[in-house]
Design a protein around this ligand. Structure first.
Ligand code: NAD
Ligand code: IPM
Ligand code: MN
Length: 369
């Protein structure tokens, strides 16, 4: 098979720290398994602002459009918070998602047995947890027009964002959720606020229509977003696949992160449509941010980014067995009691970011031996 082209964008804060460990695993696969990577690294976010004055250079965008997959660390940090809104680090990430049309963001929340006690919730609530949040990623209030800050004649200012969804935007992301459900427990819960938002009424309507037309075999339920946030901490195992809009999905996936023990454990895949050549644009990134509070201290948990790379192997390259290998290595390392600070437990061995990378590599060596 031909080499897979990867664009790696470490970004800011803990981004480069966790990516360094993931690069070691990528190299391990490049050497040990059937897959070969052509890897290029570039700047995004604050790092790109410092170098080019913009959070994503056009040349980097161009590269992203032409590779098989993008792997991103995290963007943002206090040193760029006072910049003009349109050139903030986060805009670089949003531009990648929008221009690559990555409308379906898969955020699996899986609780490893060894981490049952790392969650702030009771063990019986989270043990065996395996849910998939499908977050719409290129629409809704994140991109809706009109938007901005206006000066009113009264001297007051007005901040505006618009929640907007079209039929096709809803259907394409719902189809992804139904397809995923068929490979899992065959249940989809669609989440909106149809009780107060017209965009929510349309969302519920279109999801139901698509279900009745093409996915009758999948069990569909509906839930208001406020109730869903409560149900996720009350009894998260009632869910299989959750499909929801951009903003609700952002918030619900951070909630779901804590069910797995730490935000430092949650990976994600952002997928576009399959084009004429059979290729699907895709970006893989952890759910967490640049964690300025621990950046530069070799403390961050690299597993969310590593598991994002595993998702790349599975979803972009159809290398499910290699993805399983990484997931098993992670499981074994956690079972050995190796923990970064965010998931540390009594009796466990605290390791640094680099130490976690070392542990995963030796677990991989062991599995492949
Ligand atoms: P955050 O996710 O960076 O951090 C939240 C908390 O979780 C912090 O206490 C942090 O130390 C901890 N944490 C996060 N990832 C961790 C890891 N891998 N290991 C151990 N602990 C971890 O969210 P925030 O503090 O609200 O945002 C910080 C910056 O990151 C902001 O500029 C924000 O816009 C940006 N951000 C970027 C992304 C992204 O790039 N995808 C996502 C979320 C936030
Ligand atoms: C995420 C982040 C981003 C979002 C920010 C950094 C733009 O919170 O990926 O979850 O809100 O989508
Ligand atoms: Mn978020």
């Amino acid at each position: 098979a031909s080499n897979k082209k990867l664009l790696v964008l470490p970004g800011d804060g803990i981004g480069p720290e966790v990516m360094r460990e993931v690069r070691r695993v990528v190299d391990w696969f490049d050497k040990r398994q059937a897959v070969r990577f052509d890897l290029e690294e570039d700047l995004v976010g604050g790092a790109a602002i410092d170098a080019h004055g913009v959070p994503l250079a056009d040349a980097t965008m161009e590269k992203a459009m032409n590779v098989d997959a993008v792997l991103l660390g995290a963007v943002g940090g206090p040193q760029w918070d006072s910049l003009d809104f349109n050139i903030k680090p986060e805009r670089g990430l949003l531009r990648l998602r929008k221009e690559m049309e990555l409308f379906a963001n898969l955020r699996p929340a899986l609780c490893f047995d060894a981490l049952v006690d790392a969650s702030t919730l009771k063990p019986e609530i989270v043990s065996g947890l395996d849910i998939m949040i499908v977050r719409e990623l290129t629409g809704g209030v994140y991109f809706g027009e009109p938007r901005g800050i206006e000066e009113l004649p009264s001297g007051e200012r007005r901040g505006i964002n618009t929640q907007v969804y079209t039929t096709s935007e809803i259907k394409r992301v719902a189809a992804v959720a139904f397809d995923l459900a068929r490979k899992r427990d065959n249940r989809v819960c669609s989440v909106e606020k149809a009780n107060v938002m017209e965009s929510g009424v349309l969302w519920r309507d279109e999801v139901t229509k698509l279900h009745d037309a093409e996915f009758k075999d999948v069990e569909l339920s509906h839930m208001y977003a406020d109730n869903c946030s409560m149900q996720l901490v009350r009894a998260p195992k009632q869910f299989d696949v959750i499909v929801t809009d951009n903003l609700f999905g952002d918030m619900l996936s951070d909630t779901a992160a804590m069910l797995t023990g730490s935000l430092g454990m949650l990976p994600s895949a952002s997928l576009g449509d399959i084009d004429e050549t059979g290729r699907r644009k895709a970006m893989y990134e952890p759910v967490h941010g640049s964690a300025p509070d621990i950046a530069g201290e070799d403390k961050a948990n690299p597993l969310a980014t590593l598991l994002s790379f595993a998702m790349m192997l599975r979803y972009s390259f159809d290398l499910g067995e290699d993805a399983d290998l990484i997931e098993t290595a992670v499981k074994n390392v956690l079972n050995e009691g190796k923990r970064t600070g965010d998931i540390v437990a009594p009796g466990a061995t605290m390791v640094s970011t680099t130490g976690m990378g070392d542990a995963v590599l030796s677990a991989l060596d062991h599995l492949a031996a």
